[in-house]
Unconditional design. Structure first.
Length: 373
């Protein structure tokens, strides 16, 4: 037996196809009444099963087209719908000439029973001839419009309710996101404060580096989310220093090799502290790589070039500029000109050229000044 299906919902269409094919039927499926009508004209099926609410041509109009064609009017027509479930819908379907009106969902075995009943029953396929065909057509048109109108009104009401619920959900989501963002920022600031309380000489260093790193990222026209991540990572980039003894951090003279090794370990130490925190940015890698250099001479891993993430390359430049411009226990400030000269001299060698260029533009063309925190 050949069956044509009109169903716009993929899951329902595939289920119908599977059920019918398991019964040995030859199945042709369209996603709306217009496609299905073409299949009916081409294959002259033994049965038609149609949804009602579909684009381009709904099921009611599809049924009317079939019933109005003398070569097709004998084909049993079953409506199978979850939208049209009222008694008026059923009556209209029967007036159009449908032999069955089935409400979704229906268990496969029940659907098979319905089809068997339709194909074995002795019943008129179409309504009896009418004395006044024009009046009946006009009546069916009015029924069709009223039925579709009711469904559209119900659909509009449903969509309006969904929009209200969506707006409420979005407002709740926005409030929650803002709260989480605030909590995240407060947590990161608390971590930064912990580091700076142990090292008064570098108080404000991380925040000044964060300000410059953010400005560089914006100058590079990076995505806002990336810029935010650069700032967040920069604010706590020296967290590993909490594992360095305070007397070494604040030592006013030249450090020995062992002492320098302990200070250099702060990048890897910071990575170990942060790596399990599920930040939405690669903050742990930024911390671990902010002393790496393009030529592989940095630490702790000796990474080079493309092995270093962009955020860490930005942080490295910002960190060098701020450090050289600031006072340290073992030396006075070298000044911003010396810091920028370091960048120019080692552009493309130690520091990423695009990042260096962005930083130089900030100071030389945008009148950027490191904040005094």
């Amino acid at each position: 037996m050949k069956v044509v299906i009109a169903e716009d919902t993929e899951d329902s269409r595939l289920l119908l196809e599977m059920v019918l094919q398991d019964q040995g039927h030859e199945v042709y499926a369209g996603v709306n009444g217009l496609e299905a009508l073409k299949l009916v004209l081409e294959h002259k099926p033994d049965l038609i099963i149609s949804d009602i609410l579909m684009p381009k041509m709904d099921g009611f109009e599809f049924c009317r087209k079939v019933r109005s064609d003398p070569e097709l009017s004998f084909i049993p027509f079953i409506f199978y719908s979850s939208n049209y479930t009222e008694q008026n819908d059923r009556e209209f379907a029967e007036a159009l000439g449908a032999v069955k009106f089935v409400i979704k969902p229906l268990a496969p075995e029940k659907l098979v029973e319905v089809i068997d009943d339709v194909m074995t029953a002795e019943m008129p396929i179409s309504p009896p001839p009418l004395d006044n065909a024009e009046d009946k057509k006009r009546e069916l048109d009015e029924l069709h419009l009223r039925s579709v109108g009711r469904k559209l009104d119900a659909k509009v009401e449903e969509l309006e309710l969904r929009n209200v619920e969506l707006a409420r959900s979005e407002e709740k989501y926005r409030a929650t996101a803002e709260m989480l963002q605030t909590a995240l920022m407060q947590t990161i600031n608390a971590i930064a404060n912990t580091v700076e309380m142990r090292d008064p000489y570098t108080a404000g260093h991380q925040r000044r580096v964060a300000d410059l790193a953010q400005a560089i990222a914006e100058e590079l026209e990076l995505d806002n989310m990336v810029v935010e991540g650069v700032r967040m990572g920069a604010i706590i980039h020296d967290i590993g220093k909490i594992r360095v003894p305070a007397e070494i951090m604040n030592y006013p003279g030249k450090l020995g090799a062992d002492q320098m090794a302990m200070i250099r370990a702060h990048a890897a130490a910071g990575y170990e502290i942060i790596k399990e925190i599920p930040f939405p940015w690669p903050i742990a890698e930024m911390i671990n790589q902010h002393h790496e250099r393009l030529d592989g001479s940095g630490y702790p891993q000796g990474l080079s070039s493309d092995d270093i993430i962009l955020e860490a390359k930005i942080l490295a430049v910002a960190d060098v500029v701020e450090a050289m411009n600031s006072h340290r226990p073992f030396r006075a400030s070298l000044g911003i000109d010396v810091a920028l000269g370091e960048l120019e001299e080692n552009r493309g060698l130690l520091y990423d050229p695009d990042v260096v260029d962005a930083c130089l533009r900030l100071f030389k063309e945008r009148a950027y000044v490191l904040p005094s925190l």
